[in-house]
Design a protein around this ligand. Structure first.
Ligand code: NAD
Length: 153
């Protein structure tokens, strides 16, 4: 399967390498160009024992690449895994700014069917899905409104 992984932090970089190691075609996306460059160079963007050799192998095999280009990554994949940070605010609530933003970007970029899942718990996955669909419907592509949407956890 062709998979895009948004966020190359602790969850995303490990997930991207694991999917690629399982034979999937993976494109990782991050707003941080240093993390993108690290992955494309076969280096781990995080400190995680065992990740670097796995990353080096799947990048060398051509099964994992990284980019800062959200639209290109969406175009190159059928499913998207959202792994951006959801930090806690001082009042204990979750800051969903990054989740909302990346979901809007995915929603504006995808064409017909898309599976969207999240590394966070179910309610946040539903939030990402709703935001992506809302963004998609308000995009400048009315023909997309009639296409079947598929989103799941
Ligand atoms: N770390 C864990 O052990 C763990 C466990 C379970 C669930 N989670 C959840 O998984 C999610 C990710 O956690 P993490 O620890 O990997 O976060 P992290 O902070 O390590 O990584 C998040 C990455 O997302 C990137 N990012 C932000 N906005 C982006 C955008 N618009 N497009 C692409 N990339 C973007 C950041 O640059 C960063 O590299 C959080 O919701 C967290 O609660 C984490």
């Amino acid at each position: 399967m062709r998979v895009s992984v948004f966020g190359l932090g602790y969850v995303g970089s490990v997930s991207a390498a694991a999917f690629a190691s399982d034979g999937h075609d993976v494109v990782g996306v991050d707003v941080n160009p240093d993390k993108v460059a690290a992955v494309n160079g076969g280096h781990s963007p995080i400190v995680e024992p065992g990740l670097e050799p796995l990353l080096a192998q799947v990048v060398a095999d051509g099964r994992l690449r990284a980019t800062v280009d959200t639209a290109a990554a969406v175009a190159q994949s059928e499913a998207s895994l959202v792994c951006v940070g959801t930090p806690s605010r001082k009042n204990g609530s979750l800051d969903l700014t990054y989740l909302e933003r990346v979901s809007e970007q995915i929603g504006a970029a995808f064409g017909t069917n898309r599976t969207i899942t999240s590394s966070s718990y179910g309610a946040l996955c539903c939030r990402a899905r709703r935001t992506a669909l809302s963004s998609r419907r308000s995009s400048a592509h009315p023909e997309r409104n009639t296409a079947k949407d598929l989103a799941s956890r």
